[in-house]
Design a protein around this ligand. Structure first.
Ligand SMILES: Cc1cc2nc3c(=O)[nH]c(=O)nc-3n(C[C@H](O)[C@H](O)[C@H](O)COP(=O)(O)OP(=O)(O)OC[C@H]3O[C@@H](n4cnc5c(N)ncnc54)[C@H](O)[C@@H]3O)c2cc1C
Length: 391
């Protein structure tokens, strides 16, 4: 029995159908397909292409550009359900969710026409780069700088931990213009195609069993045409936030899917593994923590759906708070689920055959990125509770 979070009355029939269709697709590939790809050092392109063909990858993008006309509610369902079958597609967090949203909402007509159809049908992938080595959690300190040169821009700086740059056709880079080089962040967003001269990327060796790699970026006077700047130079902060809420909602979906996959595996094992008179799942020391995990996942999923609902209905402020809370809750629930699942399987929790141990590191990602759990607690302390800042 799969640990599906069943919301027959809370969720529309359309959404439930989407869930079950995506889950069926994920099951056809399954965890073994995914881990085989990781071991072989290749991407899960077959799954990506099939999900694209079925319209799942661009489900949140406008119909006029080939998308599904939905929102984060639908896209988070896609990622959560794929993750729950052991096949999370990390690039959904950045490509259609952040980059697609930002371009759809703030791009010029030419940028929309150029990028959205490919993002919607999955033939184009885009990475997203904001994190810098010397700024980290403090985005106000980013120093990637764009200066004008005639009609062009010259972009220079360094980025770190940027996911999927090697498989992305372009990276959406967050920088600042020369005249806004210091002080509070006044960001501007540039689309940098992968092969642009002066744009260099190097993989960072990571202890993560995932097909997508993380990269350090070196931008050295990267010459970009005027229309590489997304939308308006002065609307950068608005654009950035429009992309960050989807990122948090999708990170929640990523953690939830992984947590559900781990819980599923553990429950199945606890139901059948017997070393005394009854299966180990009959011992409350095994059953209760799994029940607790289920409750935590269910609560986190509700919060994620609240965030997606607010976002899809145009409440960016409300969605900001809810998306932060959802990302926090889902990351904690996901990490707890994986930890408990590994423990439930005893020695098998660490075998390659069961494939759970590699999720121990993967499940930590939701606690660190795109914003750490501490920065969310800071946000809730300051923004929600009105407490003073220590920094
Ligand atoms: C697998 C993975 C994929 C990623 N993909 C991307 C990507 O595609 N694009 C991208 O731009 N970035 C990406 N990141 C980067 C990620 O967003 C950053 O790692 C994250 O924002 C934290 O920054 P940092 O690593 O520099 O940690 P730091 O900022 O150095 O923080 C280190 C620790 O200090 C704590 N800390 C810092 N400041 C405070 C404070 N004021 N109060 C309390 N605690 C504090 C943090 O919570 C953290 O625990 C990825 C990271 C990982 C691990």
């Amino acid at each position: 029995m799969s640990v599906t979070l069943d919301n027959a009355l809370l969720e529309s029939e359309e959404h439930r159908t989407l869930r079950s269709c995506v889950a069926a697709l994920g099951r056809r590939y399954g965890r073994e397909y995914f881990t085989a790809a990781v071991r072989a050092g290749r991407q899960t392109d077959e799954l990506w292409r099939e999900a694209a063909k079925l319209g799942y990858l661009g489900v949140n993008l406008p119909e006029q550009y080939g998308g599904g006309g939905g929102g984060m509610t639908e896209l988070s369902i896609v990622l959560e359900e794929l993750g729950a079958t052991g096949c999370p597609l990390l690039l959904l967090v950045v490509s259609p969710a952040i980059c697609g949203t930002v371009i759809a909402r703030f791009g010029t007509e030419a940028q929309r026409a150029h990028w959205l159809p490919g993002l919607a049908d999955g033939s184009v992938r885009m990475a997203f780069g904001i994190t810098e080595p010397d700024a980290g959690s403090n985005s106000h300190r980013i120093t990637t700088t764009a200066r004008r040169d005639g009609d062009d821009w010259l972009l220079s700086g360094r980025k770190v931990f940027i996911s999927g740059v090697d498989i992305a056709d372009a990276t959406l880079i967050v920088g600042r213009t020369e005249d806004a080089r210091t002080g509070k962040l006044k960001p501007c967003l540039f689309i940098v195609p992968r092969e642009t001269a002066g744009f260099e990327f190097r993989p960072i060796p990571m202890e993560l069993a995932a097909p997508e790699k993380q990269f350090q970026l070196f931008l050295d006077d990267v010459r970009l045409p005027a229309d590489a700047l997304v939308g308006d130079e002065d609307a950068g902060l608005l654009q950035l936030f429009a992309g960050l809420n989807p990122e948090r909602i999708m990170t929640a979906a990523f953690s939830l899917g992984m947590g559900r996959y781990a819980l599923d595996t553990a429950v199945e094992y606890a139901r059948t593994r017997q070393v005394w008179q009854a299966p180990i799942g009959a011992h409350q020391a095994i059953a209760h923590p799994l029940a607790q995990v289920r409750i935590e996942l269910e609560l986190a999923q509700l919060m994620m759906r609240k965030a997606a609902f607010l976002y899809d209905n145009g409440d960016d402020m409300g969605a900001g708070e809810a998306a932060n809370m959802a990302k926090y809750a889902a990351a904690e629930a996901g990490a707890h689920a994986v930890d408990q699942a590994v423990h439930t399987l005893g020695g098998n929790g660490l075998t390659t055959e069961y494939g759970l141990a590699s999720l121990l590191t993967a499940s930590r990602v939701g606690r660190i990125a795109p914003v750490s759990r501490e920065m969310i607690l800071n946000f809730v302390s300051h923004h929600t509770l009105g407490l003073p800042k220590s920094y």
